[in-house]
Ligand binder design. Structure first.
Ligand code: FNR
Length: 185
């Protein structure tokens, strides 16, 4: 069973990219094969209907779509920007929604967030559910939002044992659901 993993953040020191790496390692420990990608590695211009009409889907979007299509589900860690979805991620989703076949449809997704705030970016994940669900993604009901991420993440991973255990159990349940769906299909 294969998962794709990416973060809605581009910066090198991103706490969301760190959290994604931890979740991806846990998913592998629970038996998944995980293809971890960097959003910045895909050359994705700002969505422009004229560009689409004249040049079609940009190569970077097609590459991202192919990587998603090759997986049974995906892990997505995203910062919360102004209580919502970062523009770079929403832009990528908007382009993906224009590809045919549309790779997000029918995929299982686990959403994660990290933030220095006490809410952990969770409001951004609720906003992120809207475009994903309208595109036919089965977003896992439970999500993981790490508050005070600048304190809770270090070289050991999530350094709060209870929060680390919660993440492990959540990833295990998600991997189990994707595996059950993949084998049923
Ligand atoms: C933020 N940040 C932020 N944090 C939060 O908890 N709620 C919010 O609404 C926002 N809004 C916001 C807007 C913009 C434009 C920026 C740049 C930042 C702070 C954000 O959570 C923090 O910078 C995280 O560290 C970003 O995630 P990465 O880059 O560490 O993954």
């Amino acid at each position: 069973m294969k998962l794709f993993a990416f973060a809605g953040a581009r910066r090198v020191a991103s706490t969301n990219r760190t959290l994604l790496g931890i979740a991806a390692a846990l998913a592998e420990r629970h038996g998944a094969t995980v293809d971890v990608a960097e959003l910045r590695d895909f050359d994705i211009p700002l969505y422009d209907g004229d560009l689409e009409a004249t040049s079609g889907i940009p190569a970077g979007v097609r590459q991202l779509a192919e990587r998603i299509a090759a997986a049974d589900g995906f892990l997505l860690a995203s910062p919360e920007y102004n209580f919502s979805v970062p523009g770079v991620l929403k832009n990528a989703i908007d382009w993906l929604s224009r590809t045919k076949p549309m790779p997000l449809r029918g995929k299982r997704a686990l959403l994660l967030s990290a933030s220095p705030s006490l809410v952990g970016g969770n409001r951004g994940l609720w906003a992120l559910r809207v475009p994903l669900e309208v595109l036919g993604v089965h977003v896992f009901p439970d999500m993981y939002s790490l508050a005070l991420a600048h304190e809770k993440l270090d070289a050991s991973g999530v350094n709060d044992p209870a929060l680390a255990k919660f993440l492990d159990k959540l990833v295990e349940r998600f991997v189990g659901e994707v595996r059950a769906h993949a084998s049923a299909g």
